[in-house]
Design a protein around this ligand. Structure first.
Ligand SMILES: *[C@@H]1O[C@H](CO)[C@@H](O)[C@H](O)[C@H]1NC(C)=O
Ligand SMILES: CC(=O)N[C@H]1CO[C@H](CO)[C@@H](O)[C@@H]1O
Length: 487
């Protein structure tokens, strides 16, 4: 997924050339030398013994008990190259055998689903400011589903390849195939989940990964006539979908939110509309640089919240004094930094069954190497939407409406381009008696706006996001205002 600027944000690098990556200090890629022969998942063992070995007992800095099991480890996706993907699987905290299975994918390309999905969005374990301990997220999606977090592709998070050139040749097509291989391998290790209702969700560049993987699954199922993976549907948020419509929406949003000048708005529409998001032309990059300067030092992924800068932490202190009693729930723009500290701790990596042999020299939330060397990137996945709507999948698109990176306008242009029939007209939806957003239902697709949320909807609006996943998994419309019977 696309990530926020960090305090060490290299000013030479344009936010908008990097919209889908994030900006962290660039560490020199240390080429790991793979020696030894210890592999974490021994395939000679039966699945249940493997599960036992993958089980996580307690995380460092976890001073509370949880009533769900969770597991982590590697699944080999390519034997010849020696590519293995890292997962962290969290069962539901209540009656997991009755709950669906949900795969979560962050984007980038190059960003870790553990860094974002687990540690600051939908996962149960979020990282404290000290970078050494965790707290329980009260709005974790494992209240309603068993969640599988996957670091994909090779070079992201703890996923690795024994062939170092693999990190320079990642792209959409191989990622979809490797993700399919991952799932098939994972279901072998967790056979009790075979045939379970299965959904995929993700955000940002996950807008490519999610439909592309769904297409690979649907085609695999029909080619093999097997139903190991019982895919029911997918949901994407602030999702990169179609370069042309996404660009139109971004420029329009930045202009109407008052972030850029009239002149730059015009130039963007002249030089960038028809460009690729991942591989933009020099002419377009020049205008993006101008736009970036005009924006100033805001967080483009959430334009009305403080950015992670020294200044913002001062104003945050003020806020803390004013909003008494909500200190823990307060939005922390620097949460990524805490994850970097935590997941680089040797004891944390040990608890997660990360093999020292395959661990990255430095764990990063997003990999610059993967991002900068991305090969094929589909200019549009709308054709896949058409195919999957035809296959009868349940498809939802949601959007946080304060994101300037893949904004609500982009998603609306994309949905309009599909020319679907409306089944339920535009209306507000509610959470805790307030309008939490808007929704419209189409033949084959449901659209949900989450009001006041940035690029990472579950980070900014955790309660509304839990309502969203509940409705999605139940296949129900977003809640309308509840009638209060008494007064
Ligand atoms: C990578 O190489 C090491 C050393 O040969 C081997 O133990 C490991 O299984 C390989 N990884 C994969 C995914 O094949
Ligand atoms: C061909 C290419 O773009 N290579 C890039 C791969 O990633 C590294 C690290 O970010 C860059 O320095 C290379 O330029």
């Amino acid at each position: 997924m696309a990530q926020k600027t960090s305090p060490n944000h290299d000013k030479e690098m344009s936010n908008f050339r990097w919209v889908l990556g994030r900006l962290l200090p660039v560490f020199i890629l240390a080429v790991n030398i793979y020696v030894g022969s210890c592999s974490s998942s021994d395939l000679s063992l039966d699945p249940f013994t493997q599960q036992k070995l993958a089980k996580i007992s307690r995380l460092p800095g976890q001073n509370f008990d949880v009533d769900f099991a969770h597991y982590s480890g590697y699944i080999t996706v390519n034997e010849k190259s020696g590519r293995a993907f890292f997962y962290w699987f969290v069962e539901s905290d209540e009656n997991p055998s009755s709950k669906p299975l949900l795969l979560w994918l962050n984007g980038g390309p190059g960003c870790s689903s553990i860094a974002y999905g687990m540690a600051e969005e939908i996962g149960p374990f979020h990282i404290r400011k000290d970078g050494r301990s965790v707290y329980l997220n009260p709005h974790s999606w494992n209240k309603v589903a068993n969640i599988l977090f996957l670091d994909s592709p090779a070079g992201v998070g703890f996923s690795y390849s024994n062939t170092s050139s693999d990190l320079h040749t990642n792209g959409d097509k191989r990622t979809a195939q490797d993700n399919l291989k991952f799932l098939l391998g994972w279901f072998e290790q967790f056979p009790q989940y075979q045939g379970r209702d299965f959904y995929i969700a993700g955000e940002s560049y996950g807008g490519h990964y999610v439909p592309q993987l769904c297409q690979a699954i649907v085609r695999h199922n029909s080619a093999t006539n097997k139903k190991t993976i019982t895919l029911k549907g997918y949901m994407v948020g602030n999702a990169l979908t179609d370069d042309y419509h996404d660009h139109l929406g971004v420029f329009q949003f930045m202009w109407s939110a008052g972030l850029i000048s009239d002149e730059t708005y015009k130039l963007l529409n002249v030089f960038c509309d028809f460009d690729s998001f991942v591989h933009s032309s020099k002419a377009c990059e020049n205008v993006l640089d101008i736009a970036d300067k005009e924006l100033g030092d805001i967080d483009p992924y959430s334009i009305y919240t403080p950015a992670c800068t020294v200044k913002s932490s001062v104003s945050k202190k003020l806020l803390k004094r004013l909003v008494i009693g909500h200190v823990n729930e307060e939005y922390d723009p620097c949460t990524e930094k805490h994850s970097v500290a935590y997941f680089n701790l040797p004891e944390v990596q040990k608890a997660l069954h990360v093999s020292p042999q395959f661990a990255p020299a430095t764990w990063e939330t997003c990999s610059d190497v993967v991002n900068n060397n991305w090969t094929d990137s589909a200019s549009s996945v709308l054709d896949i939407y058409r195919e999957l709507i035809g296959a009868g999948l349940q498809i939802w698109m949601f959007s946080g409406d304060t994101d300037a990176v893949i904004p609500v306008t982009s998603t609306r242009y994309n949905i309009n381009a599909l020319m679907l029939q409306t089944t339920k007209p535009w209306r507000a939806w509610h959470d805790e008696g307030q309008v939490a957003g808007w929704t419209q239902e189409y033949q084959g697709l449901t659209f949900v706006v989450v009001r006041g949320a940035g690029h990472e909807v579950p980070l900014h609006r955790p309660k509304a996001a839990l309502t969203l996943i509940k409705s999605f998994l139940a296949g129900e419309s977003m809640p309308a205002l509840q009638q209060v019977s008494d007064s």
